[in-house]
Design a protein around this ligand. Structure first.
Ligand code: TMP
Length: 666
């Protein structure tokens, strides 16, 4: 199993993770302690509820107002320093609360407590984007998903532990002369200081970044300008737009469930507190299941597709919930709503982390989180109001009297809205246009094994005839070997003895091959190649550089021979056991130029001898593949000087390299 070992293999992530677990634990403990302390500072039940509501309000307010500023600033500041400073300050503020409560009168003490909570929350707004934006720099991309799962576990699983510790401290304080809340706040302060220490020893910059930020004398943009830039980026990026729409829609639905849960349990399900308690537990069980198991259930389904789909699922279960007034059914539906939302949440975070550039990542996270909180606040206020306005009515419907409950109506609308939002974000973000969804779902249902993960790195070099692939393979090999990596250079077709015979057959102009026979022979060569050469090398931790791979079949047999690209892809997936390159370097060449270059070398083989139009389709095929998944491709114009091409390839490869990367010369 890849989870949770994946991300924890990285020592730098482990170090940050310890800090994260401790700060979340401290945060929950602090929240419990502060609410308890507040209750001791005021007299009377309604005053107490107001004061506690005040404490909760100041925890949400900063995010709504300051979120985007903090995110923009976090992108401009040194992330490690930001995290250390905010942790130290949060520790000091938490530690000062019990001290002030002990020496001041109740009123000023309460005021101080509110102000301190506000400040602590504002500081967290800087800490969160700095942390979120750092994580992708500490890990190979393939471990990001497990890192996000682990972060969510750290954030939520520490809550019950904190509650237990709080209760435990209650027992202790019978012996010690300090009140529970005060003791808890001191413990909390200590966890933040320890987290600060932990982060202070951590390098959170992208691998290969210069030791000090380059100061080239150009003025830094102002905070406002960088927020504008973040918004512009969000508007211009289909991915971020799709993510925002999806996350906000799901959250509005979840907010409606939370806001209406209590009245729903009572007036629709006709249960009391225990029914509410059951639904409440069901949401958390669902979310935890979705976050924990989601990525494994999704196999290698495109994450962009999975995001929209899980939102549609959440909306559909919400619709079911709203139309069937039965407690047992509702509990199951709520678990499913939670699980779908949980999947959407991890997948969404992973997409932001993996596909948004380092420079704007903090801002994007901050934008996403503050819009999320605003949406939540808004639905918490609006949903009950709308439900109340509708109330209980009887609607005549074709001669039948229909009993309508405002709560069910709002849940139904919330569900439908979520389905719509899911469809919109699926459309917006789809990275496999042309491949019908049922193909993916069928593959998901029938082959749940996810592609194997190896310690090595797999790079494919692709391109039309005469693109200069072999030159690049040689340059990359020299660079990697100089850095101490084991490098295996290989090619398709023909890297194995069997493959060499297939190659002869494939390239001999006298072979009369039908397009499907040709596709199968390339696939046979590939199956042999992956099994005998690629997998053993990757398993040893080597860097494998292959001259051509799956994409050649998609471009030549798919686009060139006009076979169904999805079918050729399925064939290759079967042949390769799901082993995909971590990066594809595509050398884009005008076929007229490339063919001339190739023909200078020798007599054209069976494929080179094809018409120019064939090679033009191949080129379009390659470019289409790269455009659909830019995160896995580096496209370079083959007319660029070889050294320049190699430099671009090195820059892209550097952060992907296995452990020995510290040794790589920049
Ligand atoms: P090469 O040695 O020039 O790369 O020759 C391999 C030829 O085979 C080239 O013309 C591209 C073609 N080819 C395919 O059509 N499909 C494939 O899957 C692969 C790997 C290569």
């Amino acid at each position: 199993m890849r989870w949770p070992a994946g991300a924890l293999r990285s020592p730098r992530f482990r170090q940050l993770y310890v800090a994260l677990v401790l700060s979340s634990f401290g945060d929950w403990l602090g929240l419990l302690a502060i609410t308890a302390l507040t209750a001791t500072l005021v007299e009377g039940l309604s005053a107490q509820s107001f004061a506690i509501a005040g404490v909760l309000a100041v925890r949400v307010l900063p995010a709504a107002v300051l979120g985007p500023f903090a995110g923009a600033l976090a992108d401009r500041l040194d992330r490690r320093r930001t995290m250390v400073l905010t942790d130290v300050l949060r520790g000091l503020f938490f530690g000062s609360i019990p001290f002030v409560a002990a020496v001041a009168e109740p009123r000023p003490a309460l005021a101080y407590l509110l102000v301190a909570s506000l400040v602590v929350e504002a500081l967290s707004l800087f800490w969160i984007p700095a942390k979120e934006a750092s994580v992708p720099n500490l890990l190979p991309r393939r471990d990001l998903e497990s890192a996000n799962q682990l972060s969510l576990v750290a954030t939520y699983a520490t809550a019950p532990v904190a509650a237990l510790v709080f209760a435990g401290l209650g027992l202790l304080s019978g012996v010690l002369p300090v009140a529970v809340a005060e003791l808890a706040l001191y413990v909390n302060a200590a966890t933040f200081l320890f987290a600060a220490f932990q982060v202070s020893r951590l390098d959170v910059r992208p691998a290969g970044a210069p030791a000090a930020p380059a100061d080239d004398g150009t003025p830094q943009p102002t905070v406002l300008a960088s927020i504008r830039e973040g918004l512009r980026f969000a508007r211009s990026s289909e991915l971020v737009r799709g993510l925002l729409v999806g996350m906000l829609g799901t959250l509005a639905a979840a907010g409606a469930v939370v806001a209406l849960g209590r009245p729903f349990a009572e007036s629709v399900l006709r249960g009391g507190d225990s029914a509410y308690g059951l639904l409440f537990a069901a949401v958390f069980v669902g979310i935890a299941t979705g976050v924990g198991l989601g990525p494994r259930l999704l196999g290698d389904l495109s994450r962009r597709r999975a995001f929209g789909l899980s939102i549609v699922a959440a909306g559909s279960f919400l619709v079911l919930l709203s139309v069937v007034p039965n407690l047992a059914f509702a509990a199951v539906a709520v678990v499913l709503v939670g699980a779908s939302a949980g999947i959407a949440y991890v997948v969404g975070l992973t997409l932001v982390g993996g596909e948004v550039d380092d420079e704007v990542r903090g801002r994007t996270f901050a934008l996403v989180t503050s819009l999320m909180r605003l949406t939540l606040l808004l639905t918490l206020a609006v949903a009950p109001a709308v439900a109340g306005a509708i109330g209980l009515r009887t609607v005549p419907l074709g001669g039948v009297e229909l009993q309508v409950n405002g709560i069910s109506v709002v849940l139904l609308l919330g569900g439908l809205l979520t389905v719509g939002v899911g469809v919109a974000s699926y459309r917006q973000m789809d990275d496999r246009p042309g491949v019908p969804l049922r193909t993916d779902l069928y593959a998901l249902l029938h082959r749940r094994r996810r592609p194997p993960v190896f310690p090595g790195l797999f790079v494919a070099v692709e391109g039309g005839e005469g693109a200069g692939k072999s030159t690049q393979v040689a340059l990359l090999r020299d660079w990697l070997e100089a850095a101490g990596h084991e490098v295996v250079v290989t090619r398709e077709p023909g890297a194995t003895p069997t493959g060499a015979r297939l190659r002869e057959l494939l390239l001999d102009p006298r072979s009369d091959l039908s397009p499907r026979a040709e596709a199968l022979l390339y696939a046979a060569d590939r199956a042999q190649h992956v099994d005998r050469v690629v997998i053993p090398a990757l398993a040893r931790g080597a860097v494998v550089l292959t001259d051509r791979y799956v994409d050649s079949s998609l471009a030549y047999q798919g686009a060139g021979r006009a076979l169904d690209v999805a079918e050729v892809a399925d064939l290759s997936r079967w042949a390769t056991q799901g082993v995909r390159p971590d990066l594809v370097l595509l050398l884009d060449v005008d076929p007229a130029v490339g063919l001339r270059r190739a023909r200078d070398v020798g007599a054209p083989d069976r494929i080179e001898g094809e018409a120019l139009a064939f090679h033009e389709r191949v080129r379009e095929g390659f470019l289409g593949l790269a455009a659909a998944a830019p995160e896995r491709y580096l496209v370079v114009d083959a007319a660029t000087a070889p050294d320049e091409v190699a430099a671009q390839a090195r820059a892209r490869l550097l952060p992907l390299l296995p452990a020995a990367r510290a040794a790589v010369p920049a």
